[in-house]
Design a protein around this ligand. Sequence first.
Ligand code: F3S
Length: 405
Amino acid sequence: MNLTAEETALLEGQHGRAAQKAMQILLALGKIYGAERMLPVTSVQIAGVSYDNLGEAGLQFLSEMASGGGRARVLTTLNPAGMDVDNWQALGIPADFAAKQQQVIDAFARMGVVTTCTCTPYLSGNLPHYGEHIAWAESSAVCYANAVLGARTNREGGPSALAAALTGRTPAYGYHLDEARKPTVTVEVQARLTEVDDLNASMRFGALGKALGEALQASGVQAVPYILGIETASLENLKALCASLATYGGTALFHLPGITPEAALHQPPAERLVIAERDLQAAIDELNQAASAEVDFVSLGCPHLSLQEIAQLAELLGGQRVRKEFWITTSRPVKHIADRMGYTALIEASGAKFAVDTCCVVAPIRGRFQALATDSAKACYYASSKNRFKTVFKPFAEVVQEALR
Ligand code: F3S
């Protein structure tokens, strides 16, 4: 690989042990994928932050990188951790887990990483623009960055994202290059998505992500869908679609004519796929595995809620009391604005709990509940596969009703 003088200096250890290790990781990755050079990145987002996923080996790696002089060279933020850093006791997180999770966050902080723990960094100040090369790791955010923002990122692993942060570089391959960004399949959506209001339509966008993602997986190719049949989509709808498509299809980029910025650069490919109303309904039915009577856990905010969603939640609760454990997951900066607007007080008065910095997937809650109600197709996937919960998959307002029932 052709390295610049600065990259060679990093590799030779002239900027410290951690930066040298980081450069070695990127070089190895670049060789695997046939990259000819490194690219400068302007933004990094690191996943694998929960101690539940990292374990002791992961914590040790981070501590060594921090002690080895590791320092983020570009704006770097974190994916959700395994707990609300300020409010973990109220969520029933064990003290020994909390201590380990705090050590993880402290190690990142020592490296100059911004410890805003969120999967929607684009709502909290980490917002790259069109064409910017970045290195993000959270799959839903990667899809959002590539498709909606028109930034360029592969789906990084935890170590490669950290390596990008400590060097400000990433190998030039995959979605950084024009070739990989071309659409490979045209998808005709013949299903109702946006006749309902934005808030409740997000669940249907999630169902579309599941139906389409699984169809793409079945075709066995890494696809970039060019999606026809969607005329409008809010930010919240798109974040739901990105999360679900990435989860069920491994999709990191799609084009939506009239909505996403790169669609205008391309023509719809000849290969076609149809997603009909019955496909959407089948996806919804598959995720409804439990009756309301079985629901003992309710969560909204996968991906993390926007301020708009929090405002609507406060209105829907309207002074009523919830009767089930109800987690509202969002980022710390968005929660701060919600505090100021009075939404937090209204929501907490209902008995619902903010679970900031974390979510119902990465928190250590395996086996703690029987059935989760949510409007997120991604949360349903991990509730079943990771936490062994049954799921109830409904639109936003009906999920709130589940909590009140
Ligand atoms: Fe975010 Fe957790 Fe869902 S990281 S996308 S809220 S699984």
